[in-house]
Design a protein around this ligand. Structure first.
Ligand code: GAR
Length: 208
């Protein structure tokens, strides 16, 4: 099976959905590692319960983002991770990981990108008054929630929706979509090589 690492910062409900899909036989991958920048986060407890190895770190203890990413990269390489799955990992990814995993790193985001990137996507969709929002899975480049889009699902916003009620609609969609997309990558029905050559010429140039 494809060897993946999941990166998360918080509650880890998407991490749990991936674990559950593997357990249920709907997703044929091996979760080699959870990477977490918040040692106290709930996702760490979830990983321990699932028997997934955990690598935590404190960004403040490093001189730069590149420095902690270099340590993460060593962990990923030691475990021969083939696909990096960002699932609520609330940090910018630098060139250290983008270049090592270009075309092999994906993210899930709670809006229809390119609308509402960043950490307040659900609130911003409400504030803007859009009537449809959704979920996006995309390849990770050096930008904030940017990079070639792999899959999207739409969700209607109702008149009386709040940030909480809209989040409650978005989460189950994410939990269904992300394992499906990862499985499509694992079985080759999403061809990441194709995306690599059809978008982002600057990235391709950078990668030689
Ligand atoms: C998810 O909704 C994910 O889409 C979002 O964080 C949440 C994490 O929830 N990611 C972003 O906003 C990325 N910019 P979880 O910890 O319960 O999986």
């Amino acid at each position: 099976p494809l060897r993946i690492a999941v990166f998360a910062s918080g509650s880890g409900s998407n991490f749990q959905a991936i674990v559950n899909a593997v357990t249920a036989g709907r997703l044929d991958v091996r979760i080699e590692l959870l990477v977490c920048d918040k040692p106290q986060a709930q996702v760490v407890t979830r990983a321990e319960a699932a028997g997934v190895p955990v690598y935590t770190f404190k960004p403040k203890e490093y001189p730069s983002r590149e420095a902690y990413e270099q340590d993460i990269l060593e962990q990923l390489q030691a475990k021969r991770v083939e696909l990096v799955v960002l699932a609520g990992y609330m940090r910018i990814i630098t060139d250290v990981l983008v270049q090592a995993y270009w075309g092999r790193m994906i993210n899930i985001h709670p809006s229809l990108l390119p609308s509402f990137p960043g950490i307040h996507a659900v609130r911003q969709a409400l504030e803007h008054g859009v009537k449809i929002t959704g979920v996006t899975v995309h390849l990770v480049d050096g930008g904030l929630d940017s990079g070639p889009i792999l899959a999207q699902r739409a969700i209607n916003i109702e008149r009386n929706d709040t940030e909480a009620s809209l989040s409650d609609k978005i989460h189950p969609i994410e939990h269904q979509l992300y394992p499906e997309v990862i499985q499509s990558i694992a079985d080759g029905s999403i061809d990441l090589t194709w995306n690599q050559w059809n978008h982002h010429e600057s990235q391709i140039t950078k990668m030689g």
